[in-house]
Design a protein around this ligand. Structure first.
Ligand code: CUA
Length: 343
């Protein structure tokens, strides 16, 4: 923050306000990047901001000067008027420089910078050598996340170790989505029939927000996820825990919930490894209790949030492919006990 403050010292107040807002806390801003790729993009953003600010200030100043001159001329009487008529009507040099040369130089600088950054943030090609391989599938409206080498399947959250290159394979079998983690890299589309890749190397620990950046239907706005960048040791521990089958169920309510889950329509769409539930239409719930949110960022993953989701699925997320299953309060409570225990 101190480095930022010094850099912003002396800027005009409105600009300082913009900068202050953009630097705020947890907002997924490209100006608080957690990878070299994001910082390259942020560099371009700052370049554009300063160029645009410069143009704005110069044009604004000229407009004010011209208005003042015109007002003075009007009040200055006929003599001044005659003086003006003797002056050349138009200064062609000014039009040549301000209207042609300066814009060409500015656009040239922006074009060179864009090509430079596009090359540095890694093209959308596979990096088979990248130590971390993840496959993310865009669903309506959530994210299916797989670590093929480790046999881990989860949803709506991605864990990565800091300091290691990550290659995310992006696919979709329904409509076009776009995976965007502003603090880690630019957007990359998930297009049916095509395989794209997103690569980045997180270089600091943190939780980075991601969201779908391509309109994909009625719940596009509720298609969020989190990226947890953590130390390699914590990442390995997470992989081991999430690669294992569901933890054993403790308590009567949870046991009742498990039986209900396995014998009701839940099991038709969801997998809980280690039980007989093996549906694949919806998110894998083997370790759902350890996740931060429910329904792709729609609700916090608390007991109350889970009850809300089960009781009012279609009002929390209208149009969601998860149907509103009629459940009694007792059934909801036992399901919540079972699912919250899946750590
Ligand atoms: Cu998926 Cu918008």
């Amino acid at each position: 923050m101190t480095r930022r403050s010094r850099r912003f010292a002396g800027v005009p107040l409105p600009l300082a306000l913009v900068l202050t807002v953009s630097a705020c806390g947890d907002s997924p801003s490209i100006t608080t990047g957690g990878s070299p790729q994001a910082r390259h993009i942020a560099g371009s953003w700052w370049l554009l901001l300063w160029l645009a600010t410069g143009v704005y200030v110069i044009v604004g100043t000229l407009v004010v000067v011209a208005s003042v001159r015109r007002a003075r001329r009007r009040s200055g009487g006929e003599q001044a008027d005659r003086g003006q008529q003797d002056a050349p009507a138009v200064d062609n040099r000014f039009i040549l420089i301000g209207g042609l040369i300066v814009p060409v130089v500015i656009l040239g600088v922006v074009a060179v910078d864009t090509v430079r950054v596009a090359n540095r943030i890694a093209p959308a090609a596979a990096a088979p050598d990248a130590p971390v391989q993840i496959r993310v599938e865009g669903e309506r409206w959530w994210w299916r996340v797989e670590y093929p080498d480790e046999g881990v399947v989860t949803a709506n959250e991605i864990h990565v170790p800091i300091g290691e290159e990550v290659d995310i394979t992006l696919v979709s079998d329904n409509v076009i989505h776009s995976l965007w983690i502003p603090q880690l890299n630019g957007k990359q589309d998930m297009i049916p029939g095509q395989v794209n890749h997103l690569r980045f190397t997180a270089d600091r620990e943190g939780t980075f927000l991601g969201r779908c950046a391509e309109f994909c239907g009625v719940q596009h706005a509720h298609m969020q996820f989190q990226v947890h960048a953590e130390s390699p040791a914590r990442y390995d521990a997470w992989l081991r825990a999430n690669g294992a089958d569901a933890t054993s169920v403790a308590g009567d309510a949870a046991r009742t919930g498990r039986t209900f889950f396995e014998t009701s329509s839940c099991a038709g769409c969801h997998t809980v490894r280690g039980t007989s539930a093996n549906g694949t239409a919806g998110p894998d719930l083997t370790h759902v209790g350890s996740r931060a949110t429910l329904a792709a960022g729609s609700l916090p993953n608390t007991a109350a949030g889970m009850e809300e989701w089960l009781a009012h699925t279609q009002s929390v997320k209208p149009g969601s492919l998860m149907p509103q299953v009629p459940l009694t309060t007792a059934q909801i409570e036992s399901l919540v006990a079972f699912l919250r225990g899946l750590q």
